[in-house]
Design a protein around this ligand. Structure first.
Ligand code: ATP
Length: 236
């Protein structure tokens, strides 16, 4: 479904990604793990059309989408739940959700149906639908960021650090929802610093270090990988 070929990315003169090659099948959950600054968010930005790669290609279902805008990528079936949630604090939960479907311009009825679907998946958002998003807890804001991305009914969901700063119980809830989405057939690219957690949730995994892919393979195998264990799981 997604194929990344020989991709480089820069911020000004500084190179953040080097020769990234990556492939993802439809329905797969791929975990992208690595330390702070490894380039995980940068890769998601490139895929979503938020940052233009300086070299390489991004193919979605065989089509070259390297130069597509973020709005085009949403129309192509992608949605991003960004690191740090980035919900609009003064808008209500419902208004934040509606923004997720904006570029697809669904009619009123369709928009309502999509919101109702999100409230079913995240009952806490339903209970708080008219509440300003800024008054939600961190975990609820994470649910809202995911819900907003799901409003686009994506085939491929990009999740950037969904458990960042959340208490263990809320993290469990978020991962339970990630599992449900995966079971329902959504392809998921999951960026996490919590490597053990991400690998347990994923089919395949890719370890980034200093802007390069250093390991990739079946998530179960990477869980036992000495390089990865030494770097992220606290044992060799
Ligand atoms: P984190 O989990 O801390 O976000 P990451 O793996 O997602 O880490 P990136 O955010 O992709 O890492 O950062 C990769 C590199 O690019 C880092 O060296 C970072 O300093 C740099 N970088 C990221 N965003 C920018 C930016 N807007 N301008 C300049 N450099 C940036």
């Amino acid at each position: 479904m997604l194929r990344i070929e020989n991709l480089n990315a820069h911020y000004g003169a500084a190179q953040a990604l080097f020769d990234i090659d990556l492939e993802m099948a439809a329905g797969e959950t791929l975990a992208l793990v690595g330390a702070n600054g490894a380039g995980k968010s940068t890769l998601l930005k490139c895929i979503m059309g938020l940052l233009r790669p300086s070299q390489g290609r991004i193919l979605l279902e065989g089509r070259d989408v390297t130069a597509a805008s973020p709005a085009q990528m949403v129309r192509n079936g992608l949605a991003l739940s960004p690191e740090g949630r980035e919900v609009f604090p003064d808008l209500s939960v419902r208004e934040n959700l509606e923004l997720g479907a904006l570029v697809q311009k669904p009619g009123r009825k369709e928009l309502q149906a999509r919101c109702d679907e999100i409230y079913q998946r995240f009952p806490r958002l339903g209970e708080r639908r008219e509440q300003p998003a800024g008054t939600l807890s961190g975990g609820e804001q994470q649910m809202l960021a995911m819900g907003r991305a799901l409003m686009a009914r994506p085939k491929l969901l990009l999740l950037d650090e969904p458990s960042l700063g959340l208490a263990p119980l809320i993290t469990d809830e978020i991962f339970a929802i990630i599992h449900q989405l995966a079971r329902a057939g959504t392809s998921i690219l999951l960026v996490e610093q919590n490597a053990a957690r991400a690998l347990s949730a994923a089919d395949n995994a890719c370890l980034l270090a200093n802007g390069r892919v250093v390991e990739k393979g079946a998530a179960r195998e990477l869980l036992g990988d000495p390089v990865l264990r030494a770097a992220f799981l606290g044992s060799a």
